[in-house]
Ligand binder design. Sequence first.
Ligand SMILES: Nc1ncnc2c1ncn2[C@@H]1O[C@H](COP(=O)(O)OP(=O)(O)OP(=O)(O)O)[C@@H](O)[C@H]1O
Ligand SMILES: [Mg+2]
Length: 486
Amino acid sequence: MKRKLTLKKNSGDKRRREESKMKGTLARHLQVQLGFPSSCSASSSTANPSSRFQNLLESVAEDSTFASDVVDGCLDDKDFILSQDFFCTPDYITPDNQNLLISFDCNKENVPCPKSPEKLNTIKSKRRRQDGFLVNTLSPTSYGSQEIVELAKDTFDTDEVKIDKTTVNGEQKTPNYVPQSAVALRCRVMPPPCIKNPYQKDASGMDIDPFGNQRAKCAGLFPAIVGGNSLSRYHTDFHEIEQIGVGNFSLVFKVLKRIDGCFYAIKHSTRQLHQDTERRKALMEVQALAALVVGYYSSWFENEQLYIQMELCDHSLSINKISRLSTEGEVLKVLHQIAKALQFVHKKGIAHLDVKPDNIYVKHGVYKLGDFGCATLLDKSLPVDEGDARYMPHEILNEKYDYLDKVDIFSLGASIYELIKGSPLQESGPQFLSLRDGKLPLLPGHSLQIQNLLKVMVDPDPVRRPSAKDLVENPIFDRFRKNMKT
Ligand SMILES: Nc1ncnc2c1ncn2[C@@H]1O[C@H](COP(=O)(O)OP(=O)(O)OP(=O)(O)O)[C@@H](O)[C@H]1O
Ligand SMILES: [Mg+2]
């Protein structure tokens, strides 16, 4: 954990500077969601550098690989949602809602996500604990789960949602004011069932659905509103199977999506993102991911944490989990595939800045670049938050950001070297320094060709390192392709 933190000595200052610049955007954004016409324009998109991620996203979305259900940012009156839950789980960051993002204004006061007073006063006295439900206490969202559990019993006792007892600041509210809340409450009480997907071989996770029969009863009562304004989108839409990863700032779970019966990975931030600037920063990962990489599905804020729903991969190449890459053919395969991913990323004007074995995932023998948490723009128009120091070249440690694409090349070279060697790179000391001087110890059993390629990838001069395109086109991969065919 400290690996990253030691490098980010200036990022606190940077963020504070940013925060003072980018204020009040959430309030503006909420206006847009509530349909105030003045906020419906997308004119601020050019003022905000991070909206350039959005432009990239849009260009890719036009290729129709994702963003299937685009929502218009300017809502009609009929779309107003006067529910407390609306403020708790805004779905405004899912890249489908692109117009909403574009309308962020960076020059207004910083406004934290409003807390609903209604939520605190609503049917709290009716809660009783129901035993026997499994709640993952390791999950930072278990607070939300408990709320579900506690409300569940009560609702089934009465079989009626008492929204007429809801008060705001002590005042009685008319029952028809929050019909959406009633809907949301019902969703919150019981998530919909997990639908078995007949095309998925391994669907055993469904057997441990903690809500059992009771959930089915509730879902049947409100079939049309499932997935609406529930307190926890995570628990409403997904069934958590197990934790599969821990990052510096996140937890990753294998989940089953109830409605399609497919498995996904969901990564969520462990830190709560109170300020709009913090949310915007976290969103850059989503926007880069959505613009670049297959396997990104959706994202949302919940309980002030960011959730990212992704394609579920088999595992990462974390050096702590795998011993080493066994054959040169496998080494070349990783190098080639990640170089291709970088070529794509760089062509879009983006640098990843955290290439390392931990962030290379494998699925069915295919290597994929993941974790875009440090991604930035090559033209330096966005802040640079460099990744793990063990894989960073000298120039970035010295805050020289002229060749950010070549930072990724260095990191990839260092990662492949580590994977061949089979032991973790050092964070400091002589080995750390000599790698940054471009000195690679001999790798017995590996061809000179690959050793020379790795050597030039970690050259201290970024200009001399090959581009991702050069790498992909290197003749070494012709040999590799031929070998793979035989
Ligand atoms: N889509 C996925 N499929 C399978 N496993 C995943 C997936 N995404 C993440 N993981 C696992 O979770 C771990 C942590 O995820 P990730 O690297 O995205 O988090 P992070 O907080 O950004 O971490 P760090 O800052 O340490 O790189 C990964 O190393 C991997 O083992
Ligand atoms: Mg990671």
